[in-house]
Write a protein that binds this ligand. Structure first.
Ligand code: C2E
Ligand code: MG
Ligand code: MG
Length: 723
């Protein structure tokens, strides 16, 4: 290893001394030294200004300066250099003074020989190097401490340290803030006094985490629900950990506790968990939470040999309210329903919103199935009261399906499916009712699936036909239109009426291709009659909401009419009030009007809607539902409603057709109220194509032959038996 070169500036006016010194430093043992010699202070200062030097050998008596003053000038010029003062016996005092002021040592010129001088020089340079290392270490340590201090001062976590005996040795500002203890007051106190923690649930004193960290010699987490009691008695939920501190030998000397306010993160965690388990709109448990609770309830019921019940609820006609009054009102109605349902059950039961207008009630423990029936009745009664939302008084009705554990299923899925099936049954067998699940229903559900697959086949195998029912002008007695009504010639089950399969086709979406077939068939039929030279009448076709909602509905229809070559005024579309309420229907309605196709509202009076749409859309015909017509002669309310609709239609210049006219008395009533048209068994049942063609060929004679202005005519048309 080669020693580093040490540069030496010798300030000496005496040439002999200077030469001796230079010679002494020329030896190889302690060097290498590179000596520069100047004779006076001025030259020395000049040299020091130019470049740093490691060692200065300074004679204290120089021609241009001497003593302490000379030393201090050199020191100022070279504060980093090692200064060795060369003295004689006469000025030893001065030399000592220089050492006191910062010189590294002094050397008697008499000892400045080849042995002593290099040793002395090497000694001081080594000492100086050690000092430098020490100073650098001190500086690093200082920086390290400073960095730690700044970090501890600025972090959001509270840090608190204690020694082995459990006395507080340190608090950072956050710990001061959270505990309410200043560092000054806390130092030396018992940790349990400054860091007073309890279990938030039991209120017991919590274990001291520093003690545990020390005893276990590892990082430990704080217990759950840890609450810090501040110096002023306030409480804060905290969380985090404690870790042991080790000395250089690895021995534990204390512990550090790091903690922060846990209430916020806890609130966030709780909030997220709440959101994952609850419905945002109503605040009720959602499907996830219901599943958890149901499976727990099943376990308990199994263990205690008890029963439980599941009520599947579906609001009747909710969609109509939503579509007609808007989603905001719909949402508030659901909230109101949720509140009432909750009020109907015990706190141990669960009311959950499944989504949309479906709710489920879990009765976690029942003695007998009748208990569930009682809840269903209570729910019906509670929801029977109108909901006041803004200026609206809204009615609600519910269809409820009930399944009971263990009879209708012994697991979550089966119980849900059974309750759902029972609910579907309740819906179809008259709304606002409840039904217990029965094995029979299961069979029906399966039947429904069978019908669905048979319907698919029917479409491809051409098993559908259309029948046509005349519509009669009540002033002339002539047929002025016909309604196309679908029939299914099922090879296994014979003729099937639409009421048995249209709802299923609607539920599974098959209604769209079926509807397309009906439209094409009806248009084609009119074309055929026209081509045969018959006096064809416009045909009314029933269109389901789902078909109407299709964005390409009107375009497809325009294409169809063009392809078949049929004028649009030969076609009338019958839609229900509910269809009209959907926002998506607006562009389609406008297109149809522009195309010149007639529009009728079917089953008028059955939907829940505002009448403003009559003004908004160009509706040509109102078809009064047959349930109103049925009792017009006997029921004053129905008579009033029908008269009002006829009057309104007349005032708004709309045609009014009374549906389901079966008796001469009904006809008399309608004519007396100047109803424009009628349709019903009194005139004709729906007819096959062949029979209807006869009627057209007859040029309506069969209908008009017996027509008279007598408002009490005899039955006008002998109809074939109803299929
Ligand atoms: P709707 O459109 O109100 O049709 C009138 C229903 O009343 C027909 O039943 C008809 O046969 C029946 N009807 C006619 N006159 C009388 C009467 O004097 N007394 C009684 N009691 N009933 C009478 P149908 O053919 O069984 O159709 C039932 C429903 O099925 C229709 O009611 C309509 O909503 C739907 N539907 C029929 N064909 C189609 C179709 O092609 N497409 C769609 N989407 N629905 C259809
Ligand atoms: Mg109709
Ligand atoms: Mg109708």
């Amino acid at each position: 290893m080669t020693a580093t070169l040490t540069t030496v500036l010798l300030i000496e006016d005496d040439s002999t001394d200077a030469e001796l010194i230079q010679a002494a430093l020329a030896g190889p043992e302690h060097g290498p030294f590179q000596v520069e010699w100047v004779r006076c202070l001025a030259a020395a200062l000049d040299r020091l200004e130019r470049e740093p030097i490691d060692v200065v050998l300074l004679d204290l008596i120089l021609p241009d300066g001497e003593g302490i003053e000379a030393f201090e000038r050199v020191l100022r010029a070279a504060p980093e250099a090692l200064i060795l003062v060369l003295s004689t016996a006469d000025d030893e005092e001065t030399a000592l003074g220089a050492v006191r002021r910062g010189a590294h040592d002094y050397l008697d010129k008499g000892h400045a020989d080849a042995y002593w001088l290099p040793r002395a020089l090497r000694y001081v340079t080594d000492r100086k190097a050690t000092e430098r290392v020490l100073r650098a270490a001190e500086e690093t340590l200082f920086e390290e401490k400073e960095r730690t201090r700044v970090m501890l001062d600025s972090i959001g976590d509270a840090v608190l340290a204690s020694d082995l005996s459990g006395k507080v040795t340190y608090l950072n500002p956050m710990a001061e803030q959270m505990t309410g203890w200043s560092q000054q007051d806390a130092l030396g106190r018992s940790l349990t006094e400054v860091f007073h923690i309890i279990d938030g649930k039991t209120r017991d004193i919590a274990a001291n985490p520093a003690r545990r960290a020390i005893d276990e010699d590892q990082t430990v987490g704080l217990a759950m629900n840890c609450v810090l009691i501040r110096r002023n008695g306030e409480e804060i939920m905290i969380e985090d950990s404690a870790a042991p501190i080790h000395n250089r030998n690895g021995r534990v000397t204390g512990a550090v506790i790091v903690f922060h306010d846990g209430s916020q993160s806890r609130t966030m965690t709780e909030k997220m968990s709440y959101m994952a388990h609850h419905d945002v709109l109503t605040g009720l448990p959602n499907r996830v939470l219901l599943t958890e609770r149901l499976s727990r309830a099943i376990d308990l019921a199994q263990r205690h040999r008890k029963q439980l019940a599941l009520l599947f609820l579906d609001l009747d006609h909710f969609k109509v309210i939503n579509d007609s009054l808007g989603h905001a009102i719909g949402d508030r109605l659901l909230q109101s329903v949720a509140e009432r349902l909750t009020a109907c059950v015990r706190t141990s039961d669960t009311v959950c919103r499944q989504g949309g207008d479906e709710f489920v009630i879990l009765l976690a423990e029942i003695e007998q199935p009748q208990d569930a029936a009682r809840v269903a009745e209570k729910v019906h009664a509670a929801l029977g009261v109108m909901h006041a939302i803004d200026e609206h008084e809204l009615p609600t009705a519910l269809s409820i399906g009930i399944s009971v554990y263990p009879n209708d299923g012994d697991n979550v899925d089966d119980l849900m499916r059974s309750a759902d099936t029972a609910m579907f049954h309740a819906k179809t067998s008259g709304r606002n009712s409840y039904q217990f699940f029965t094995a029979e229903m299961n069979r029906r559900a399966i039947d429904r699936q069978i019908i669905e697959s048979r319907l698919r086949r029917a479409l491809t195998q051409g098993e559908f036909v259309l029948h046509y029912q005349p519509q009669i002008d009540l002033t002339t007695g002539k047929m002025t239109g016909a309604e196309a009504l679908i029939r299914w010639q099922d090879p296994e089950h014979g003729f099937t009426h639409p009421e048995q399969f249209i709802p299923i086709a609607e539920a599974c979406g098959l209604i769209v291709p079926i509807g397309q077939w009906v439209l094409r068939e009806a248009c084609q039929q009119v074309r055929t009659w026209l081509d045969a030279g018959l006096n064809a009448v416009p045909v009314a076709v029933n269109v389901s909401a789902l078909e109407f909602a299709h964005p390409d509905f009107s375009i497809g229809l325009a294409r169809l009419l063009k392809e078949i070559g049929l004028a649009p005024d030969y076609l009338e579309l019958e839609i229900t009030e509910n269809v009209l309420m959907q926002d998506t229907a607006v562009p389609t309605l406008e297109n149809l009007r522009d195309m010149g196709i007639w529009l009728a509202i079917d089953d008028f009076g059955m939907g829940y809607s505002s009448l403003s749409y009559l003004k908004r859309f160009s509706i040509d015909t109102l078809k009064i539902d047959r349930s109103f017509v049925r009792d017009i002669v006997t029921d004053i309310d129905d008579a009033t409603i029908v008269s009002a609709v006829i009057g309104m239609g007349k005032n708004l210049h709309r045609r009014v057709i009374a549906e389901g006219v079966e008796t001469p008395e009904q006809l008399v009533f309608l004519r007396s109220r100047c109803c424009s048209k009628a349709q019903g068994f009194l005139f004709s049942h729906p007819l096959s194509v062949k029979d209807f063609a006869h009627l057209l060929a007859d040029d309506n004679d069969a209908l008009s032959r017996q027509w008279s202005s007598d408002p009490r005519p005899a039955p006008l048309f002998i109809t074939p038996p109803r299929l």
